[in-house]
Design a protein around this ligand. Sequence first.
Ligand code: MSP
Length: 547
Amino acid sequence: MDHDHVQPSYYITTPIYYVNAAPHLGTSYTSVMADVQARLRRALGYNVLFLTGTDEHGEKVADAAAEHGMSPQEWCDSLVPAFKDLLTMLDITNDDFIRTTEERHTKAVQHLWNVMLENGYVYKGSYDGWYCVPEETYFTDTQVRHADEERGTEGQHLCPDCGRPLEKRSEESWFFKLSAFQEPLLELYRTNPHFVEPEIRRNEVVSFVEGGLNDLSISRTTFDWGIPLPFDGKHVTYVWFDALINYITAVGYGVDAEEFAYRWPANAHLVGKDIIRFHCVIWPAMLMAAGLEVPGEVFAHGFLTVKNDETGEVKKMSKSLGNVISPETVVDLLGVDGYRYYFMTDVKPGTDGAISWGRMEQVYNTDLANSWGNLVSRTLNMSAKYFDGRTPVLPEGWDTEENPLSAIADGLVDRYVEKMGRFAYDEGAAEVMDLVHAANGYIEDMQPWALAKDPVNAGQLARVIGNLLEAIRISAHLLAPIMPRTSPEVLRRMGAEAEVGRDLREACSWGQLPQGVEVTKGDALFPRLVSDDKAQKGDKKKAAKQK
Ligand code: MSP
């Protein structure tokens, strides 16, 4: 692949999703989070590679396929479209979608096996342990005993993670010398304190590694739905070992040295907190064993839980509790941008987030309908009304005059980028919302309708509307990574369509408002939701639209 190597690369990934479970809110949470960062980085001039995909090997998949009377490949092929559709529905701009059953991935995995063998980090042995089929993970006797004791299920041999019954297995296996990497990993966490974010997860990882590392069984002989070892065809690669490699497959590992040099190491792997050991311990050790660089950062987000608005109870989202919320129903209620805004700003990235219908409605109405949407519609209406359907033509020097909005806009892009860049989306959005709130307050303070009564105030009126439009123009740019539909629409309505996709830093300096151009009023960007506890979620939106 040809690249303009002058442009810096920014490579971000999501975990690759298990095809066995249908995509859900948790899955899409990671994808939206990565998409916001990808859009932000593109707007900052990076050449972005945003990768997502599906994790398709393993015994569980083979078993499910058999139950459905399909081959594992057919089964996977039938499930992948749902993942792609969800990405499309949420305006996710992934540049690539990798499937672990693709030829390019087999090649990369087998290449890595050969390198590891050459480097002396894999060896053949035998594995005796307790296997959890649903989790596809082996546990040692000690791990199982401790977990059983803690739970009061002594002697039952239940999975330490999920509590389901384990199977005793003994098989010939290839091992990865993970134990050799304890010191190098601790050194990595010391020298790059941002390698694992947020801090709570870093502490967890560090203490896990300090506790000592065992070698890892990384091949299986009891089933064949996996990638065969290039030098021992009776074995297939353990799913996690296979899955992690997707991050280097996609950038040409072992195939395209130039592409690989440009893209690797990845800047950020986004993962849920449940899979940090794989990403922060095993994966960097694998890379070190292969003589490759480790990624810049692994950011672990929390889990979405569901809060019952009536009882206030917070529970895990699960089918058996009947509280699963599908991404579609939320999009029905809030629209795509509302969905993205809610999850990205109301769930503090890195912590667990209790979501609820009541809270969604509140955030949407307060921030989007009443503040941002209202500011845009009031300002465009006034501009159209007082300036003959156009934006005002401003007096010379207007852009350097002091006013409360330009004061906030000054340095705003830097404050925003610093926060957004470290995934603190709630804080980044709050910076922009400060400007939005100030602009709504400025309307009340300046009372443009009073100024409009006397032609003597024409210059002042133009300044006031000009300042408001300028604050809107800048806010639209800054909100675009989170709300990619409404921001271009706002710019279009204010006659600034040409601004869409501009370099963010350039676009956000005060004083570039297109003057004397036609404005379009348009429908409400975020129609207010009316609360009606009995109404079905989807109906609420209809109710709001009819008002
Ligand atoms: N296939 C592995 C990842 C391999 S990456 C080399 C996997 N897949 S998964 O489909 O089970 O999970 C994918 C992501 O969804 C994980 O980051 C997980 O944390 C996230 N979530 C699953 N349920 C979630 C919530 N309820 N809330 C937020 N994210 C959650 O693990």
